[in-house]
Ligand binder design. Structure first.
Ligand SMILES: C[S@@+](CC[C@H](N)C(=O)[O-])C[C@H]1O[C@@H](n2cnc3c(N)ncnc32)[C@H](O)[C@@H]1O
Length: 231
């Protein structure tokens, strides 16, 4: 295994709270909430209704989204990309039209997909876990067909004091004593989960050759959902 892949895995294990098993469980229990009717309406609005699409889920976790899509569209070709072993271990009963590939999306090689070979891509809660998203965005511009779609959902930067109030709802910061360890962990989590503004996501996608066609606010403004069309 390359040193970079191992570094990414170590980073993710810590980012996921040091317990891969629990992180995979959490991803499975939050699946329905993250792929609710609002998500599917957005997906249907921005993804081609043609049959036989090639759809890719970036950071697919236990691949529940792709399995759902496989049931709805047995004629699709589906590919999931994932790197964390504890997520990969949850992908059981893989449908025939689903392929899982292990790759580090911080630095995916151009050869992972042929040029202009993907119709639609999903990146659900992946981008904040990457060290930087630009290499991936550039690769996607190369891999997605012109006119094809990228749907991206992620947390966005929120005011730090709002994050602290949400995390410690019963704490009066002017009086209560604070545990240094709790604060260290909180500030690290804040900067790892709240990295970009909604506008920065849109501008970075445009820099990489996408046209942003739709953007929604989610979770009372703490997350965004973006549809981008490849040019
Ligand atoms: C928050 S989870 C979301 C999983 C899934 N997309 C969902 O919505 O249920 C983010 C996923 O991206 C994967 N991931 C993060 N960084 C990655 C990287 N550099 N390469 C490949 N996968 C990555 C994680 O292992 C994790 O499974």
């Amino acid at each position: 295994m390359s040193e970079d892949l191992e570094n990414t895995r170590q980073f993710l294990h810590r980012h996921h709270g040091g317990d891969g098993h629990r992180a995979a469980e959490r991803t499975m229990t939050s699946h329905e909430r993250n792929h609710d009717e609002g998500f599917w309406a957005f997906w249907r609005k921005h993804v081609s209704s043609e049959s036989e699409l090639h759809v890719v889920d970036l950071g697919c976790g236990p691949a529940l989204f792709l399995k759902q899509l496989a049931m709805q569209h047995p004629e699709y070709r589906l590919t999931g990309i994932e790197v964390a072993p504890y997520m990969l271990a949850r992908i059981e009963d893989k449908p025939d039209n689903l392929e899982i590939r292990i790759a580090d999306l911080n630095a995916p090689g151009e050869e992972v997909f042929p040029m202009d070979s993907i119709d639609a891509c999903l990146a659900n809660m992946l981008i904040h876990e990457l060290f930087q998203p630009m290499v991936l965005f550039q690769r996607l511009h190369h891999w997605i067909k012109p006119g094809g779609s990228l749907i991206l959902t992620d947390n966005i930067r929120q005011p730090l004091e709002q994050f602290l109030r949400h995390r410690f709802p019963a704490t009066d910061f002017s009086k209560d004593s604070l545990s240094p360890q709790d604060m260290n962990d909180s500030f690290r989590d804040y900067f790892e989960h709240n990295r970009y503004t909604a506008d920065e996501f849109a501008r970075l996608l445009e820099l990489a050759g996408f046209e942003v066609t739709d953007q929604q606010r989610l979770k009372e403004g703490r997350a965004t959902r973006i549809a981008a069309r490849n040019t």
